[in-house]
Design a protein around this ligand. Structure first.
Ligand SMILES: CC(C)(COP(=O)(O)OP(=O)(O)OC[C@H]1O[C@@H](n2cnc3c(N)ncnc32)[C@H](O)[C@@H]1OP(=O)(O)O)[C@@H](O)C(=O)NCCC(=O)NCCS
Length: 207
């Protein structure tokens, strides 16, 4: 079956939410609640869906507004979250295609960068680098360093360094970074993996 990646239509919001919910398993309801609140506040900047030739939504990615608190100015940036693929359609390239399309869309929107929290094992093979490599700090110390990743776009300038600031809605839902005991577990996995012959990551890549 072929899959098309395109902007979400107005009548596909419920279907996209069902895919997000299923993709994130036990965390699904929480992820849906946060994303619904982001959209309700008008903070979403793009929603792309993966649609099969049977017109069913099988994947979704969202971009929303955040800031980079640089010394010179407060910079509008895009936060990529959530990214989800229907469980029975995972590991077939759909997530990779959604991710690439989201970056193209962010460029089209004129953002200087996109940031995300996620498994560096997944994103580093798809063009993402730790924010620290470019002086871009996570919004919380509870985001494990390698997990806070960035793609710089055409509009990026050298002075755009500093801390990323999430919109209030992420804090209201306590959806920034991780908390113990999961935080400690993820840090442990990332530390072990940075050693030679580290086992492959099998956990949930952030949110
Ligand atoms: C993570 C996710 C979006 C990837 O989409 P996908 O269509 O399954 O991924 P692709 O087919 O493009 O890529 C497959 C690769 O992702 C890896 N992968 C799939 N799920 C993964 C996960 N939960 N953690 C780490 N890697 C994962 C596969 O092992 C495979 O690795 P490879 O690049 O070495 O082959 C999808 O599996 C998903 O929705 N997972 C649950 C929700 C989630 O964790 N979202 C990301 C939040 S940061």
């Amino acid at each position: 079956m072929t899959v098309e990646i395109r902007p979400q239509h107005a009548d596909e919001a419920d279907a996209a939410m069902r895919v997000i919910c299923a993709a994130f398993g036990a965390e699904g309801t929480k992820v849906v609640d946060v994303w619904a609140a982001v959209v309700a506040r008008g903070l979403d900047r793009a929603q792309l869906v993966a649609v099969g030739n049977d017109d069913l939504v099988v994947g979704h990615v969202g971009l929303s507004h955040g800031w980079l608190d640089a010394r010179r100015a407060l910079v509008d940036v895009l936060v990529l979250s959530p990214l989800g693929v229907a469980p029975d359609r995972q590991a077939a390239g759909i997530g990779t295609a959604l991710l690439a399309a989201a970056v193209v869309e962010a460029e089209r929107l004129g953002a200087p960068m996109v940031v995300l929290e996620g498994d560096p094992g997944y994103y580093s093979r798809r063009g993402w680098v730790p924010g620290a490599e470019h002086g871009i700090e996570a919004p919380s110390a509870r985001v494990p360093g390698p997990a806070f990743q960035v793609v710089l776009l055409e509009g990026h300038e050298e002075w755009m360094t500093g801390r990323v600031v999430y919109r209030e809605v992420w804090w209201e839902h306590d959806a920034t970074g991780l908390r113990d005991p999961l935080l400690a577990q993820v840090e442990g996995v990332l530390t072990r993996r940075s050693r030679p012959a580290a086992p492959r990551w099998q956990g949930a890549p952030g949110r």
